[in-house]
Design a binder for this molecule. Structure first.
Ligand code: KMH
Ligand code: ZN
Length: 278
C-alpha cells in the first residue's frame, strides 16, 4: 500500500455555468484563491480548465499562460492543464495547450459519450498529443472514462514509448453518463486492467462524478489508489447541501486519506512520484 495519498483538485471543469454555481472559480483571481486553500487542505496537483471574461470555457493561449504563471507564483501545486477542454473544442486548440508549458496535461484515452454529447478523442489525435507531450517534457495524466481505454493506453505505450519522466499515471473518471459507472466494482476492474496492460509501477487516481464521489473515493483508498476531487466532478457535498468551495472537498478527501493511514502527499513528494521536471 502506498504510504501517502496524492490528491488532485479539479476546481472548475468546462460543464457547469457560473450563473448556476456561484462558488465555481472562473477568474484567475478566483482560481488562485481556490488553489491556495486547496494546497493548504492537502492537494498536490491542480487540474485546470479556464474560462473567458464571460465565464465560458476557453482554451485561449494567453490566458492559459497567465493562469499557469499565477498558480506557480502563488502555490507549489503541480499545474496540470486540461487538454480535454469542452466537448466543442477543436483538436488543434487542445494540442496548443502544451504551449502554455504546464507541468502536466491530461490525455484522454478514447472517445466517450458525454451525456447528450460526444467527447471525441480519435486515435491519431491521442498519438499526436502523447508525442507532443514527450517533446515538450510535459507529464501526462491519462484519463480513463471507460474500461477499454486502459488497453488502448497499453497499445499507445507499446507503439510510441513511455511518457516524459518514465512514470505512468492514470486517472479513472467514473460515473459520466456514457462511460464506466462510478462504483467500487469499476475501480477494482479498472485496477485489474491496469495491472494486465500497463507497466509495473503505474499509479492511479480515481474520481466519481456527482453522487458517485464517495463510493469511488472509498474504493480507491482501499485499493492503493490516489484521489481526485473538485467542483469539476461534484457540486453537492451531501443530500441538499451544495458544495461551498473546492477546499471543502479536498479537506474531506484528506481526512479520509488520514483515516486510511495514507495522509496527503506534499507537492514535492508528488513531483518525485510523477517524474515532473524540476
Ligand atoms: N470537459 C470534458 C469534455 C479533461 O479535462 O481532459 C473533458 C475533460 C477531460 O474534462
Ligand atoms: Zn477536466
Amino acid at each position: 500500500m502506498p504510504a501517502k495519498t496524492l490528491i488532485t483538485v479539479a476546481p472548475t471543469g468546462a460543464e457547469s455555468e457560473k450563473s448556476q454555481v456561484p462558488a465555481l472559480p472562473v477568474t484567475i483571481d478566483e482560481l488562485v484563491t481556490t488553489a491556495k486553500e486547496c494546497e493548504q487542505a492537502g492537494a498536490s496537483v491542480i487540474h485546470v480548465h479556464i474560462r473567458d471574461g464571460e465565464a465560458k470555457p476557453s482554451l485561449d493561449l494567453g490566458r492559459l499562460k497567465d493562469t499557469v504563471g499565477a498558480l506557480r507564483d502563488a502555490t507549489s501545486l503541480i499545474v496540470q492543464l486540461s487538454s480535454g477542454g469542452a466537448v466543442t473544442d477543436p483538436e488543434e486548440h487542445r494540442l496548443r495547450v502544451l504551449e502554455a508549458e504546464p507541468d502536466m496535461a491530461s490525455c484522454t484515452m478514447g472517445t466517450v459519450n458525454f451525456g447528450p454529447d460526444v467527447f471525441m478523442n480519435r486515435w491519431d489525435f491521442i498519438v499526436e498529443l502523447h508525442q507532443r507531450m514527450q517533446s515538450a517534457r510535459v507529464v501526462p495524466e491519462y484519463e480513463i472514462f471507460d474500461i477499454g481505454h486502459i488497453a488502448s493506453l497499453g497499445r499507445l505505450l507499446d507503439k510510441h514509448g513511455l511518457p516524459f519522466g518514465g512514470h505512468v499515471h492514470i486517472d479513472f473518471v467514473l460515473g459520466v453518463p456514457g462511460g464506466a459507472p462510478g462504483t467500487a466494482e469499476t475501480v477494482i476492474a479498472a485496477k485489474q486492467q491496469m495491472r494486465e496492460h500497463l507497466p509495473a509501477g503505474t499509479t492511479f487516481s480515481a474520481t466519481g462524478i456527482g453522487r458517485t464521489t464517495l463510493p469511488v473515493m472509498f474504493a480507491a483508498l482501499g485499493a492503493e489508489g490516489h484521489l481526485r476531487v473538485g467542483m469539476e466532478d461534484t457540486l453537492t457535498y451531501a443530500k441538499g447541501q451544495p458544495v461551498k468551495g473546492n477546499a471543502q472537498l479536498v479537506a474531506r478527501a484528506a481526512g479520509l486519506a488520514r483515516i486510511a493511514q495514507r495522509p496527503p502527499m506534499t507537492p514535492d513528494e508528488a513531483r518525485e512520484l510523477l517524474g515532473i521536471r524540476p
